[in-house]
Write a protein that binds this ligand. Structure first.
Ligand code: SF4
Length: 233
């Protein structure tokens, strides 16, 4: 098995040989890791596509949502719709070790404004680390066109942050392809996408991007931050 401790470029190249596509990678990942793989889903548009694809491969796949307690109501409503459509998937809400009340007491009531890196560390990075501790690999919906920082993402990545294998099946998908897949398959999606939000995270940190700006530029707008820390070493 390919795992973090035994990363092997030759093995990775042989897995990727033969023009593998997103679905080949997904099927390989579930064959390789079986129950030792987790999908960390944000329930954005890419997330909905991946859930539908994963369901075709493993109807009891483990899916974790980082429930910071600060998501839009529309996101929580969407998760319920997804549960109804894919009842056998194991969708788990992962909550931070520190409540919002305790966070406010220790760091002030709007830590996302004062120190968004610490807020993401407490409410996203630390909980994910714990949630995937027992897995060998995790899946994310990163796409290369989303931002410069994601433009070099590979199908199979050595993730030094969490010391796991990180699988990114959608790296070559465009935003239009994501929306077309959702429309063609009549999948539920977050209605905020229709209101100019291509990327949806916590409500205090998500705005629609400026016209022509990259799709993630509405996240932490004005704070000089583009990633929550899950995808940075
Ligand atoms: S996205 Fe914003 S509110 Fe959510 S954890 Fe990060 S800083 Fe906090």
């Amino acid at each position: 098995m390919l795992d973090y401790e035994n990363w092997d470029d030759t093995k990775v190249n042989s897995i990727l040989a033969g023009n593998r596509d997103y679905f080949d990678i997904l099927k390989w990942a579930y064959r390789e890791y079986q129950k030792d793989i987790v999908y960390a889903c944000s329930f954005g548009a890419e997330g909905i596509v991946l859930i539908d694809l994963i369901y075709k491969v493993d109807k009891e796949a483990s899916i974790k949502f980082l429930d910071t307690g600060l998501h839009f109501p529309e996101t929580y409503q969407l998760i319920e719709k997804v549960r109804q459509r894919y009842p056998t998937l194991k969708i788990e809400m992962v909550t931070p070790g520190i409540s919002l009340k305790e966070q406010a007491k220790q760091h002030g009531g709007e830590l996302w404004k004062e120190n968004p890196n610490l807020c993401c560390q407490l409410r996203k990075v630390a909980p994910l680390k714990e949630a995937i501790a027992g897995a060998k690999a995790w899946i994310t919906g990163l796409r290369r066109e989303q931002s410069l920082s994601r433009s070099q993402t590979q199908y199979i990545n050595k993730d030094d942050k969490f010391r796991k294998i990180k699988i990114c099946p959608l790296i070559h998908w465009t935003w239009d392809e994501v929306l077309a897949y959702i429309a063609l398959n009549k999948l539920p999606y977050n209605p905020l996408h229709d209101q100019g939000f291509p990327s949806i995270g916590c409500a205090p940190c998500t705005r629609p991007p400026q016209p022509g700006a990259d799709s993630r530029s509405g996240r932490w707008a004005g704070l000089g931050k583009t990633e929550c820390g899950l995808h940075q070493s």
